[in-house]
Design a protein around this ligand. Structure first.
Ligand SMILES: [Zn+2]
Length: 420
């Protein structure tokens, strides 16, 4: 009986097909605007673009006067954080389970804004558990409405460095017992152990803090913190597992050391000089400029030292992005959300145009370039065979990039999460 039922199911199970129609789509690879656009989705994948004949009987979703784009990709988020300063309270007042449940709201806002993949670059919650890895699994299993999550677990920092959770406040020192499992590592051996722990627990990318930072209380923001040997050890160990490394880096010296150590991306890159730009081009290192947060970051509750550092770093970062874009450094979109609030991630598209990228290059930074930096070729463009991660915006984003901030339709893996 059971066998008969199985065969009956196998014979009647058919692929799920959806046809999307819109006035326009953008091929981000060629830069062409294609009009009209019909995309056939079978199960989780795009099966055809503007085919001569449509599959009979398939449901048609006619979106009208919109532009279809590949699902957006944000290469720098912190899903567990709510603001630049609130986590100082969250980390001592919440259990890890509460933190994850709260953060599912941030994941949902991000997805509904059209971001179908995010890279989660450090949880800053000092438990040994990798909370964003748990969220990634929940997303993959369909338990939560969320972008696909590529999670770093704990970012790796020196004792007293930018990502040491105890550096978020002048009074928090001594609250936590932190070691390589929570990303605090000194010397090559501990740095290697920190990488191995994150990967053992499911991290798919490694984040390091190469230099000091803005939202932590060290007196400088640009000073190199990890040694070149420590960074090289991290990159080499991650590479043995096929994992890439992203480096938080503001100061020139630390940027250059991180690029020479072989990191895949420089996050922020506030103080880029000609040598740093030349080296990044030579090595193919991505810049993830996180530029738009300059307009949105809320430092009203931040310590005075953090405000002072922000006043210097944010204008410098704008200039550095302009120089890097002109020089042809590879650029991928990152928001550092919540520093751009969750759900407003697309503000970064406009910020990059404002600093000198063309609208097409800005779109590429948040789609095909981001996929390249992730090391995947299954997303980031609207082509048959790619994942059906598809969003729609009103108007034409090549003429007005801010239309990306009004996403009206979101499909991830063939499933519709938002419709007009
Ligand atoms: Zn960050």
């Amino acid at each position: 009986m059971r066998l008969a039922l199985f065969f009956l199911f196998a014979l009647t199970a058919t692929a799920e097909t959806t046809v999307l129609r819109a006035q326009r789509m953008i091929d981000v690879v060629s830069g062409r605007l294609i009009s009209p656009a019909t995309i056939v989705v079978v199960d989780s994948y795009i099966s055809a673009i503007n085919p001569a004949t449509l599959p009979a009987g398939a449901p048609v979703v006619d979106l009208g006067n919109v532009t279809l784009l590949p699902g957006f990709i944000d290469m720098h988020v912190h899903l567990l954080l709510e603001s630049a300063t609130r986590y100082r309270i969250d980390v001592i007042s919440e259990t890890p389970a509460e933190a994850v449940l709260r953060s599912t709201v941030n994941a949902r806002k991000t997805l509904l804004a059209g971001f179908t993949t995010v890279r989660e670059l450090g949880q800053l919650h000092p438990t040994k558990d990798l909370l964003a890895v748990a969220m990634a699994k929940a997303s993959d299993a369909g338990w939560i409405d969320s972008p696909r999550i590529v999670a770093a677990g704990h970012a790796i920092s020196i004792t007293g460095g930018h990502i040491d959770p105890e550096m978020s406040s002048p009074v928090s020192a001594g609250l936590f017992q932190l070691g390589p499992e929570q990303g605090i590592a000194d010397g090559v051996d501990e740095a290697v152990k920190a990488v191995r722990w994150q990967i053992k627990r499911g991290a798919q990318v490694i984040k390091i803090s190469a230099t000091a930072g803005v939202t932590s209380v060290e007196p400088t923001m640009g000073a190199q913190q990890m040694t070149k040997d420590e960074m090289k050890a991290v990159v080499d160990e991650a590479a043995r597992h096929g994992v890439k490394v992203a480096a938080h880096a503001h100061g020139t010296e630390g940027i250059i050391a991180a690029v020479q150590a072989g990191v895949a991306s420089i996050e922020h890159g506030s103080f880029l000089n000609d040598e740093a730009i030349r080296l990044m081009k030579e090595r193919g290192t991505y810049l993830v400029p996180t530029s738009g947060l300059g307009e949105t970051i809320d430092l009203s509750n931040a310590p005075a030292i953090v405000k002072q550092k922000a006043d210097i770093a944010l204008p410098a970062a704008r200039v550095s992005l302009r120089k890097a874009a002109l020089a042809g450094v590879k650029i991928a979109l990152g928001t550092d959300a919540p520093l751009i609030p969750f759900g407003q991630n697309a503000k970064e598209f406009y910020a990059m145009v404002d600093r000198g990228l063309s609208p097409l290059d800005s779109l590429r930074a948040g789609t095909i370039n981001a996929a390249d930096l992730l090391g995947v070729n299954d997303r980031g463009q609207l082509t048959s065979g790619k994942l059906a991660d598809i969003v729609a915006v009103p108007g034409n984003p090549l003429e007005d990039i801010r239309t990306t901030e009004n996403v009206v339709f979101v499909m991830k893996g063939g499933k519709i999460y938002r419709r007009p």
